[in-house]
Every structure is written in structure tokens, then in C-alpha cells.
Design a protein around this ligand. Structure first.
Ligand code: HEM
Length: 440
């Protein structure tokens, strides 16, 4: 039997769309709690705006993500910019790009990146005061930017370049308030990118061009994703100059903020759970014994790995995945119409009480249970053919940073409750500051 998505009568969905724009996280969690388990999909019908459907059934989320022909990643907000990096490319262009980039992010390369991550964490800790206050998100953003630059782009970023990228992402987040403008207004009424956005985009492009030019000018540049892309070009895979720049811009941005936020949130959760923090510290000291982490240490991190998993469940940096329907189609018994905007609300699925039991609680212990590990309701990196290409890099970097830092420092993140600003990523509304104290 085929059915159309359920449009629930009365609140909280119909007629309450402004609540979605005001507080999308609370709204989506509310819809998931009210209708999940009852309906696979519900539809929001904002007057005159884009038709939006929310997928509540976790198995259906994965069916949709498996189908990259009929459900494409939409270009909304700043993503509508003309860049054709791996995140926004489609069809044969995407296939070609992914086939060149994928080998750079698996297997043996990861061990080399792990060493780069460890060295970069050491440098960060060398900069920290013996006892003082730091802007945790800014510090970790500089770190993740440096890891991306060194591992994928073949050389260091200057501090100024790192700051340029950090500030550009700030501008993008302000532009992309995930609310009325981005989703609820018809295309014709949406404003184009602001002057600030254009400036930030141009600044990013200048940083990217500097990396590309540097590679071109060197006879024998170090192995990196950029070298692979340039060599693919030489081997006859058609890759334009613009594509090279776009790809570089994408890697400067996609892997930086998501990973930095994940590590910052992990420190936040640990500050609220002193027992777990003591456990991670003990594990770090036992496994590392004073050394910097390396690839071989990774399998020794058990609780640390569970902390990262649990952090990505409770505070997923990519809080929502979206798709646009390419033609009328039926999936899991539900009919989708052309141009429907499909929301796959990661944050709501990953907190659903019915699935997780006490979904809002930080409990890394839940990951000792194999059922949790394979649950469809957990997809912080998406799934299917367009699953995050950098997830192994991010997971390694997060574990290394937590272990290496806690081995040397006590980190106390200020504030109790997290307030979010869900833009492209799930940002903390008021930043995250921490008091750091070097251990004796
Ligand atoms: C904790 C950190 C990260 C999180 C939570 C995250 C999350 C995600 C998610 C949810 C997607 C899928 C989006 C969709 O299907 O619409 C994605 C895709 C992607 N991510 Fe990540 N990501 C992280 C780190 C990274 C890193 C470190 C890199 C780069 C090294 C990266 C590069 C990409 C790229 C290029 C794509 C597009 C892949 C494609 O379409 O083929 N991400 N990421």
C-alpha cells in the first residue's frame, strides 16, 4: 500500500511552522516524540513556501540516503554558492571526484594523518597557559584546520590563514540561520548572498589558491590530496582549475568546524561527568604513558572511543541532513513528490527516548551494548554512498586530542546547560570557554 506523508492535524505541526524557524531543534524533537513510531513521515505545509517532509522512521532515513539519484543533496543558503566541491557536486562529476579523493582518506594514509594530528595537538598544548582561560572552540578550530592543511593539502597553514577560514565560517553561519529564509520562503523571495558572504567566500578562495599555487610551483610536492588531484588531472582525468580551487575550499571548511565542535562538546560533556572524565584520563595515562599518541595506540582507546560516539549522538555537529526529491517516487510505502524538501533530523533521531532510553543523558556506557552500535537511529556522518568521507580522520583526531590533552591538562568547560545556534553546523550559542590547568 502506498500512502502520502501524514499531515498531523493541529499543533504542533500545521500552523506552527514559525516555531520550526524559531527553534528547529526543539520543534523536530517534539515532532519525533509525538509522531515517531506512529508515522514514517510527516509533512509540514508552510503557506506558499517549500513543501517539507520530515522522516521519522530510521530505516527509511537510510533507504533515502542510499538513493542518490532520486534524493539529491539540495543547495540551500550559502551552499547555493556556485562552488562544485565534493559536497555539492552530483552525478558523474561527483563519481569522478569521489574516486580520486576516497583513496586519500583510507588505509595507510590514515596512519600518517594520525601522526600529523598528534604533532598538531602537541603544538596546541605548548601554546596553552599553565593555568588560565581559553576560548575552546577557537583553539580547536585552529587545531583541526592545521590537521587538514598538513594532511590533505600538504603543508602548514599560517595562523593568519587559519584565522581567515575560522572567520569565514563565522560569516557563513550568520548568513545561514536555519530558519524562515532558508526553508520557508519560496525561492523567488529569498535574498541572495550578502556582501559579507561574498567577501568571506573570496577570502577562502584566496587561501585555497595559495595552496594550489604552492603545489604547482613545487617540482616535487609532498603526497597529499591536492597532489592526487593535480596528478589525476595530468593523467587525463578532466579536472578544471576551478574544480581544484572548489575542492580545496571544501576541505578547508567541511572538516574543520565539524571536528572542532565535536571535540569541544566532548570536553563539555566530560566536565559535567567527572567520573567519566577521570576514566578517560586514566585510560590516556595508561595507554600513552606520557608519549604522544600514534596509530598503534588507537586500539587501546576504549572509553575514549565511546565518549566520542556518545558526543556525536547527543551533540551531532551535522544536526540535520537534507535531500530534495528529483521526481515523484515511492519508498518504504510513502509517496514523495518532486521538489519536496526532505529533512532527516539527525539530532531528533539520536535523542529519541523510545530508542535510546533517557535520550538526553550523556552515558558513554550505552556503547558497550552491540544493539546501540548498529542502530539505524544513529547517523552522525550520514550514510549510503555520500557518507562523510572524512569520518575516520575526524574520529581519530577527536580521540587523540581528548587523550593527549587530558594526559597533560585538566580541562573545565564553563557553563552548565548548552544553548545551541543551529546553523549549517550545531554551534554553541555562546561559544565554549574553559579553564585549563597543567598537571604536575
Ligand atoms: C566530526 C566531524 C564530522 C562530521 C560530524 C561530519 C558530518 C558529515 C555528514 C553528516 C555528511 C553527509 C551529509 C549529507 O549526506 O548530506 C558529511 C559529508 C562530507 N564530509 Fe563530513 N563530517 C565530519 C568531518 C569531516 C572531515 C574531517 C572531512 C574532510 C577531511 C569531511 C568532509 C566531508 C565531505 C567532503 C563530505 C561530502 C561527501 C560526499 O558527498 O561524497 N567531513 N560529513
Amino acid at each position: 500500500m502506498t500512502r502520502t506523508p501524514h499531515t498531523p492535524p493541529g499543533p504542533p505541526v500545521v500552523g506552527n511552522v514559525p516555531r520550526f524557524a524559531d527553534d528547529p531543534l526543539r520543534f523536530l524533537v517534539g515532532v519525533q516524540e509525538a509522531y515517531g513510531g506512529q508515522y514514517p513521515v510527516v509533512r509540514l505545509e508552510p503557506a506558499g513556501g517549500q513543501r517539507i517532509v520530515v522522516v521519522l522512521d530510521a530505516a527509511l532515513v537510510h533507504e533515502i540516503l542510499a538513493d542518490r539519484e532520486r534524493f539529491v543533496r539540495p543547495r540551500v543558503g550559502p551552499e547555493a554558492s556556485r562552488r562544485e566541491g565534493l559536497l555539492s557536486s552530483r552525478g558523474p562529476l561527483w563519481e569522478r571526484q569521489r574516486s580520486v579523493i576516497q583513496p586519500e582518506l583510507v588505509g595507510g594514509q590514515l596512519a600518517a594523518y594520525a601522526d600529523i594530528a598528534a604533532r598538531s595537538v602537541e603544538e596546541m598544548l605548548d601554546r596553552w597557559p599553565e593555568n588560565g582561560e581559553i576560548d575552546l572552540v577557537a583553539e580547536l578550530s585552529m587545531l583541526t584546520m592545521q590537521v587538514i592543511a598538513r594532511s590533505l593539502l600538504g603543508r602548514d597553514a599560517t595562523r593568519e590563514q587559519a584565522r581567515t577560514v575560522y572567520e569565514a565560517l563565522d560569516t557563513f553561519a550568520e548568513e545561514f540561520e536555519f530558519g524562515a529564509d532558508a526553508l520557508l520562503l519560496p525561492d523567488a523571495l529569498q535574498s541572495g548572498p550578502s556582501a559579507a558572504f561574498e567577501r568571506a567566500d573570496a577570502d577562502l578562495e584566496a587561501v585555497a589558491r595559495d595552496f594550489v599555487d604552492w603545489h604547482r610551483e613545487h617540482e616535487d610536492p609532498p603526497d597529499s590530496m591536492l597532489t592526487a588531484l593535480i596528478e589525476a588531472e595530468r593523467d587525463g582525468v578532466e579536472l578544471s582549475e576551478d574544480e581544484l580551487i572548489d575542492q580545496t575550499v571544501l576541505f578547508l571548511t567541511a572538516g574543520q568546524e565539524t571536528t572542532a565542535l565535536t571535540i569541544a562538546y566532548a570536553f563539555h560533556h566530560l566536565s559535567r561527568s567527572p567520573d567519566v572524565r577521570a576514566g578517560v584520563t586514566e585510560e590516556a595515562t595508561g595507554v600513552l604513558d606520557g608519549a604522544a599518541p600514534s596509530w598503534e595506540h588507537l586500539s587501546g582507546f576504549d572509553l575514549t572511543e565511546r565518549v566520542v560516539r556518545e558526543t556525536l549522538r547527543l551533540t551531532p555537529a551535522a544536526w540535520n541532513v537534507t535531500r530534495e526529491v528529483r521526481g515523484p517516487t515511492t519508498l518504504g510505502g510513502t509517496r514523495f513528490e518532486t521538489d519536496d524538501l526532505v529533512l532527516l533530523p539527525t539530532y531528533a533521531h539520536q535523542r529519541e527516548d523510545r530508542v535510546w532510553g533517557d535520550g538526553d543523558a550523556f552515558r558513554p556506557a550505552r556503547w558497550t551494548d552491540e544493539v546501540s552500535r548498529s542502530h539505524d537511529s544513529y547517523f552522525p556522518f550520514g550514510s549510503g554512498p555520500r557518507v562523510c568521507i572524512g569520518r575516520q580522520v575526524a574520529l581519530t583526531e577527536a580521540q587523540f586530542t581528548l587523550a593527549h590533552t587530558l594526559q597533560q591538562y585538566e580541562v573545565d568547560v564553563h557553563g552548565d546547560e548548552l544553548a545551541f545556534e543551529p546553523a549549517i553546523t550545531l554551534r554553541p550559542a555562546d561559544g565554549l570557554r574553559a579553564t585549563v590547568t597543567e598537571r604536575e
